[in-house]
Design a binder for this molecule. Structure first.
Ligand SMILES: [Zn+2]
Ligand SMILES: [Zn+2]
Length: 53
């Protein structure tokens, strides 16, 4: 697994569903079992709220 894009010393736990960047456990955003980076976490959260409505 590649290191986190934000923290080069930390192993990534997954990739952002939008930009495909590797993100570590400290800075990933998990929404409905999907991993997002910090900058796309808010976007993913809105997407999920739209689906829930
Ligand atoms: Zn992203
Ligand atoms: Zn990180």
């Amino acid at each position: 697994m590649d290191p986190c894009i934000v923290h080069p010393g930390a192993p990534a736990v997954g990739r952002c569903q939008i930009c495909r960047q590797p993100v570590c456990g400290g800075c990933h955003v998990l929404i409905s079992n999907r991993v997002f980076c910090r900058s796309h976490g808010a976007k993913g959260y809105k997407m999920q709220q739209k689906m829930a409505l």
